[in-house]
Design a protein around this ligand. Structure first.
Ligand code: SIN
Ligand code: FE2
Length: 218
């Protein structure tokens, strides 16, 4: 085979999609080609709407610090979980959803079989070593027909993908810098969480993991 033909075949390969459920996919390294377009707007978003640790309805301070961009942002306090158009911290609208975030989400969703995904909310989570997220469902969105697209940056994490019941035994999915997960359809309400982040320093992101999830909330 000539080198030319070989190269052409190689570049046509779709990115590898690991299927871990009927409608749950891990797209390894899918975000890497987008990174240079993602990081500057991410910094700008976090400058306008700084990461903060919020309180759960049960009165616990979350170990993960969060912020949002998009028309709606996910928040929690002692009154409950909800989406709001304004950042409760600043009283201002959440920063706009950067174009690169939208493109990444749209393309990842399409690869996982969800055409025309147009997110209106992006929850940004920052994990430092020890931070974790217990098993939960994403169910504050108005309808569940759109998927969740989850982008991991920085330190590796052990993601847990559970079932439809909290008691279903989760599968462990290691997520690395640039990995993208997509779940929706029959898997949209699967329980999921993240085990405590291990110590480390990532060459690009430092001693943290940033995860952002794009959703259609409104
Ligand atoms: C989340 O469920 O909101 C976060 C998931 C993750 O950090 O990978
Ligand atoms: Fe979630």
């Amino acid at each position: 085979m000539s080198l030319e033909l070989f190269d052409e075949a190689a570049t046509r390969q779709p990115p590898r999609a690991e299927q871990i459920g009927p409608q749950t996919f891990v797209l390894r390294a899918f975000a890497l080609p987008f990174i240079d377009d993602l990081l500057p707007p991410l910094r700008a978003v976090l400058k306008a709407a700084p990461l903060r640790r919020m309180m759960t309805p049960g009165g616990q301070t979350m170990s993960v610090a969060l912020s949002n961009c998009g028309q709606l942002g996910w928040t929690t306090d002692t009154h409950g979980y909800r989406y709001t158009p304004l950042d409760p911290r600043t009283g201002q609208p959440w920063p706009a959803l950067p174009e690169a975030f939208q493109r990444l989400a749209h393309d990842a969703a399409a690869l996982a079989g969800f055409a025309d995904f147009t997110p209106d909310a992006c929850l940004i989570n920052r994990y430092v070593p020890g931070a974790r997220m217990s098993l939960h469902q994403d169910r504050n969105e108005r309808d569940y027909s759109a998927p969740i697209v989850s982008v991991s940056l920085g330190l590796p994490a052990m993601f847990q993908m559970g079932g439809q019941q909290r008691s279903d035994r989760p599968v462990r999915v290691p997520l690395l810098h640039g990995d993208v997960m997509v779940w929706g359809g029959v898997d949209r309400l699967r329980f999921h969480g993240v085990l405590p982040l291990r110590e480390g320093v990532h060459s690009v992101m430092g001693a943290q993991r940033i995860n952002f999830t794009l959703r259609k909330a409104g």
